[in-house]
Design a protein around this ligand. Structure first.
Ligand code: PLP
Length: 388
């Protein structure tokens, strides 16, 4: 009998990958599955970015790079953050990693251990709760509510801080709700954190370029008082439709850079060199593809929110960011998991139960609108038939 570590039993998962596998298996049996489950843009990476990756391979970039990323890429990230947020970032504080996830894993490993508390959004990206538990720390949920437009409430967050709190994770625009936290609430959180200098903040801003209705992203980088304890996570996956390239980064407090670099060296050495050159082209080249993708998402968002609201027993808030609709389905009499299974098995539509994002997701289902308008219409029509 193999003796594996007890910590393994505390590691959770991201159900979107399981639903994807099930949807693909059903499709392989000949079923016409519409996938509104997985959270990845249905667009191709812009052609000039792909070309830059190919050129890097042809030009002989086949070896290791510095563990924290090639200097030109870290400088380009700093320039991009200056352009988008007006923030002055030292390129030496930028650490390039394989995707958005490694930053959250490393941040939680750095602060989490038995006795420590880490706050995280619930419903939220499932990996937060999973890795907090894995680290042995106590996960403390920040409940996100529909009646607060799925924004976090700064007073609630601040009231949950104890001497054991080491890290607070926030995410705006948010997965799975599409919620965007207003600037006033972020101002209040930052002001309140001044009384708690022992608490670090991980701001997951992976959807920072995906806002609708004229909303503007508020980056935590814009709060100089936080710079010694802010980890700001962003990356290429969503903005440039590059989920499979595995490329992301974070801006770290200077004092933590040696620690995260050592974690990188222990874990993956460095990111694939050609992906880094592709990421450089994405930041430095034309941004039209980003604008085009966002225009398409905006149209689909209007379509899906309206269509979902027309379903019996379903109520859907107007998603403010990311590419997810998160309707309340309590009126159907189904639990979140029952709805997910019914929609997939009976309507051939893959969605994700709200409970896959934490206990506060009960009564909700996540629909990713990273699919064509025609497919979104067909999917909601099928679910409508089923519910009627
Ligand atoms: N953060 C959030 C909130 C996400 O929704 C995702 C992906 O769905 C990630 C991070 C991870 O992105 P990546 O695929 O780059 O690891």
């Amino acid at each position: 009998m193999l003796q594996t570590a007890a910590s393994l039993s505390r590691l959770g998962t991201e159900s979107a990958f399981e639903v994807l596998a099930r949807a693909q298996a059903l499709a392989a049996q000949g079923r016409d599955i519409i996938n509104l489950g997985i959270g990845q843009p249905d667009f191709q990476t812009p052609a000039h970015v792909v070309q830059a990756g190919i050129a890097a391979l042809r030009d002989g970039h086949h070896g290791y790079t510095p563990a924290n990323g090639i200097p030109a890429l870290r400088e380009a990230v700093a320039a991009d953050l200056q352009r988008r947020h007006g923030a002055s970032v030292d390129p030496d504080c930028v650490v390039v990693v394989p995707g958005g996830k490694p930053t959250m894993f490393f941040a939680v490993l750095m602060f989490g251990e038995p006795g420590a508390e880490i706050m995280y959004p619930n419903p939220g990206f499932p990996i937060y709760e999973s890795v907090i538990k894995y680290s042995g720390a106590t996960p403390v949920p920040i409940a996100l509510r529909e009646d607060n437009d799925f924004a976090f409430d700064a007073d609630t967050v601040l009231a949950q801080i104890t001497p054991a709190t080491r890290l607070i994770i926030i995410n705006s625009p948010a997965n799975p709700t599409g919620g965007v936290t207003p600037k006033a609430e972020i101002d209040k959180l930052v002001a309140g954190l001044e009384k708690h200098p022992h608490v670090a903040l991980l701001s997951d801003e992976i959807y920072s370029q995906m806002l609708y209705g004229g909303r503007e992203h508020v980056s935590l980088l814009n709060y100089p008082s936080m710079c010694e304890r802010l980890i700001m996570l962003d990356g290429w996956s969503k903005t440039y439709a590059m989920t499979g390239w595995r490329l992301g980064y974070a801006v770290w407090p200077k004092a933590l850079v040696p620690h995260v670099t050592r974690l990188c060296i222990n874990d993956h050495s460095c990111v694939n060199a050609s992906a880094q050159y592709a990421g450089l082209a994405a930041l430095q080249g034309p941004q039209d593809a980003v604008a085009e993708m966002m225009a398409a998402f905006d149209q689909r968002r209007a379509l899906i929110v309206q269509a979902l609201n027309a379903l019996p027993g379903v109520r859907c808030a107007d998603a403010a960011g990311a590419f997810y609709a998160f309707p309340n389905i309590e009126g159907t009499g189904l639990t979140a998991k029952q709805a997910q299974d019914l929609f997939l098995n009976e309507a051939n539509v893959a969605t994700i139960a709200g409970t896959s994002f934490g206990a506060w997701g009960e009564g909700y289902v996540r629909f990713s609108y990273a699919n064509s308008a025609a497919n979104i219409e067909r999917a909601v029509e099928r679910i409508g038939k089923l519910l009627r």
